[in-house]
Design a protein around this ligand. Structure first.
Ligand code: NYM
Ligand code: MG
Length: 212
């Protein structure tokens, strides 16, 4: 409806270690929601298409070196540059499925040793997700999966630290799903909880900001 009265889309975030299966699950979720006739889009962070995103991409592919604080703020800026479009889409009734969000921002930087609270600060005021789905996998298992090791951060020892930081940041509201199950089983569980949120948002659940 786009009138802001009880018809907004849901903000759904998928988080997890590299190779936990987020991107595949996001795609499956998108076609599921579209198949049910819901308006939905799949977004991802970092969004490498913007000029900030291009700097992030160079850093991740080891073509540039940046101070840890600087890259942290770039990741955050990359979310801020999408905030108003995000709000517009949600208010128009489109559900957004997001592959990584502020949580990745906090855990990857704090895993390097940056102060946890400092890492959270630039995220204040971004839209809070209606649901965070965490694809839980042991770092050792993720490392066995194909495609691992191509980018900065995709190293077992570092991912172990990231995993611990996710555990510090997560709270009771997150949906933790065992990512070692088959893709279909993981998908089935995600679909159910996401649909609940989509319906709750349609009925007028209010939007809020980080950090709740
Ligand atoms: N990453 C992602 C961060 O360090 N901070 C952030 O804010 C975000 C969104 O970028 N290893 C890291 C996590 C990943 C890497 O993401 C690239 P992806 O989803 O593998 O393209
Ligand atoms: Mg990756």
């Amino acid at each position: 409806r786009g009138d802001g009265y009880g018809s907004r889309g849901a903000l759904i975030v998928l988080e997890g270690l590299d190779r936990s299966g987020k991107s595949s699950q996001c795609r499956m979720l998108l076609s599921y929601l579209e198949g049910l006739g819901h308006s939905a889009e799949l977004w991802r962070f970092p969004d490498r298409s913007t000029s900030v995103g291009k700097m992030i991409n160079e850093y991740l592919s080891d073509k540039s070196q940046l101070d840890d604080h600087t890259i942290h703020l770039l990741f955050s800026a990359n979310r801020w540059e999408k905030r108003s479009l995000m709000e517009t889409k949600l208010k128009m009734g489109t559900t957004l499925i997001i592959d990584r969000y502020s949580y990745s921002g906090v855990v990857f930087s704090s895993a390097k040793g940056l102060d946890f609270e400092w890492c959270k600060t630039p995220e204040i005021g971004l839209l809070a997700p209606d649901l965070v789905v965490y694809l839980d996998i042991l770092p050792e298992k993720a490392a066995e999966r194909a495609g691992y090791g191509g980018e900065r951060y995709e190293q077992l020892e570092f991912q172990k630290k990231v995993s611990q930081c996710y555990k510090l940041l997560s709270d009771f509201s997150w949906e933790i799903i065992d990512a070692c199950q088959s893709m279909e089983d993981v998908g089935k569980q995600i679909k159910e909880i996401v649909l609940d949120q989509v319906m709750a948002c349609k009925k007028g659940k209010p939007l809020s900001n980080l950090w709740p």
